[in-house]
Design a protein around this ligand. Structure first.
Ligand SMILES: Cc1cc2nc3c(=O)[nH]c(=O)nc-3n(C[C@H](O)[C@H](O)[C@H](O)COP(=O)(O)OP(=O)(O)OC[C@H]3O[C@@H](n4cnc5c(N)ncnc54)[C@H](O)[C@@H]3O)c2cc1C
Length: 475
């Protein structure tokens, strides 16, 4: 019998499992995919919004501010990338400038630092601002992270502290039992006292297994261009002024890896699992980035991608015990800023659990992880020393991102390690660069096969049946 089963290993489920792993509770995380962070956590703008955008009085506002405040120290503890880049909210004309004052007033009330910049001051820092921009509000503590890296790191530490991660384990049905709940999956049954529903775009289906939802899922897709590392059109995240109709709008985001994201649109998505890009979606992005920025080198795009927001008819996050389903807790409608809010969403769930569940501290729990080797950040002397100890660090596999065989092996061997080509890419970066895996992917396949003791034919890119090699025969 588990104390808590968390359904979904996105940032909500993994952050919660990390925080809960400081207790002695018996915890399992069930994930339908073959890796963590395969849902919205994999494909978003990666911004740690500071919390000026959500409306007053909402849970979103409260959890965004509290979550964002924790990120830097969490990333430090988990040795994850965290880069403070600042967010320019670029107003075009008097009406939008007036809205900047509304955002600044919210920020004052929420203790969020900011500064106003005239057009000339802003241009001195961001020469690509369009001719329309008249004034800028800079939330200079806004940061970017690798969302999937944070999720994998949280899960890694949670697993080290005893949390069980069950991949390829979709929750198919839930039954009430005298002592709690019985979750049925193709990989077996899980009996538990408490369930946390952190299933992202599938949260409505999970909720419907125990109660009729009072809200409906209305997933919304967002599509992006990724620009090559050399094309650095911006240093800050550039936002248009947000609006009720268009949300945060089309942004330019300098990522931790050094690439720039341009996007997203926001279109209702019938199939929540369809994360393909479309010509119409990308055309919207192209048309709308021009409002705040000019001369964006979209011809330097190295790929496009899309993510699906777990939006519902509820305008606010829902983080509560479901009425009529005791000890079943929803973390649903976790749309943007769900990444930034995740630490505080986890805290709220923990305080709900603590109302009825005893959570003794585990004195042996260690909440940090060993810093991963990142060769490209080392001095030549440090590299030489490391390569002398382990020559695998001297074999360069990904030339674009400068990732060695040793780092890939580490990513596979760590707890909650990579099992797929995308899993390796998410943890250490090969495939994120200009060649998009053209040179390194065959080598990554070989390393995965060797480390996992499987045939290269069995290595998948990401999901089941996404095998890269079809036959041993040479053409
Ligand atoms: C385009 C876009 C841009 C965004 N930009 C930002 C941003 O800049 N900043 C920000 O703060 N937020 C942003 N967000 C929001 C943020 O990405 C999400 O709020 C966050 O990732 C939600 O995390 P989650 O863990 O709740 O859901 P997910 O990451 O979707 O995780 C849910 C998990 O549940 C699993 N699952 C589903 N059904 C089952 C089942 N039956 N059994 C087992 N497992 C199951 C899924 O496979 C998935 O891994 C953006 C989102 C999108 C799509």
């Amino acid at each position: 019998m588990y104390d808590v089963v968390i359904i979904g290993a996105g940032i909500t489920g993994t952050m919660l499992s990390w925080k809960l792993s400081r207790s002695r509770l018996k915890i399992a995380v069930l994930e339908k995919e073959n890796d963590v962070a395969e849902g919205a956590t994999m494909a978003n703008s990666a911004a740690i919004h500071v919390g000026y955008d959500p409306e007053d009085g909402t849970l979103k506002a409260e959890l965004n501010v509290k979550g964002a405040q924790q990120y830097e120290s969490i990333c430090e503890m988990l040795h994850c990338g965290y880069k403070t880049v600042g967010a320019f909210i670029a107003a075009c004309g008097a009406e939008e400038e007036a809205h900047l004052d509304v955002l600044a007033a919210r920020a004052d009330a929420r203790g969020i630092p900011y500064r106003f910049l005239s057009r000339d001051e802003a241009l001195a820092e961001e020469p690509s601002l369009s001719d329309n921009v008249t004034k800028v509000l800079d939330f200079y503590t806004t940061a970017v992270v690798y969302p999937w890296e944070v999720a994998a790191a949280c899960m890694e530490v949670a697993c080290t502290n005893g949390v069980e991660l069950h991949l390829n384990t979709p929750c198919q049905s839930i039954e009430k039992t005298p002592k709690g709940w019985l979750i049925r999956t193709p990989a077996g049954d899980f009996e538990t006292k408490y369930i946390v529903n952190a299933a992202g775009v599938h949260a409505a289906q999970i909720h419907a297994m125990v109660a009729e939802p009072e809200w409906q899922a209305t997933p919304r897709k967002g599509e992006y261009y990724v620009l090559d590392e050399d094309a650095k059109p911006v240093r800050h995240i550039i936002f248009p002024v947000p609006s009720k109709e268009k949300g945060k709008g089309v942004l330019a985001v300098p990522t931790v890896f050094g690439n720039t994201l341009i996007g997203p649109n926001s279109d209702f998505q019938e199939d929540p699992d369809d994360n393909g890009t479309s010509e119409a979606g990308l055309a919207y992005v192209r048309a709308n980035i021009g409002k705040t920025l000019k001369n964006i080198p979209l011809n330097r795009s190295i790929r496009t991608f899309a993510g699906v927001r777990p939006t519902t008819t509820s305008p606010d996050f829902i983080v509560e015990e479901v009425s009529g389903a005791p000890h079943f807790i929803d973390a649903v409608s976790i749309e943007s800023p769900g990444l930034a809010s995740a630490p505080a969403v986890a805290d709220r769930i923990i305080s709900i659990l603590a109302e009825t569940l005893d959570m003794p501290e585990n004195p042996d729990a260690v909440m940090t992880r060993k810093a991963p080797v990142i060769l490209k950040l080392m001095t030549p002397e440090e590299r030489s020393r490391l390569i002398a100890e382990n020559p695998a660090y001297g074999k360069m596999i990904c030339r674009c991102m400068q990732v060695s065989e040793g780092e890939i092996v580490d990513a596979i061997r760590r707890p909650c390690g990579a099992r797929t080509v995308k899993g390796v890419k998410k943890r250490v970066g090969p495939g994120f660069g200009r060649c998009q895996g053209g040179f390194c992917e065959p080598k990554v396949v070989q390393i995965l096969a060797r480390e996992l003791g499987i045939s290269p034919l069995e290595v998948v890119y990401d999901s089941e049946k996404s095998n890269i090699l079809q036959s041993e025969n040479r053409i």
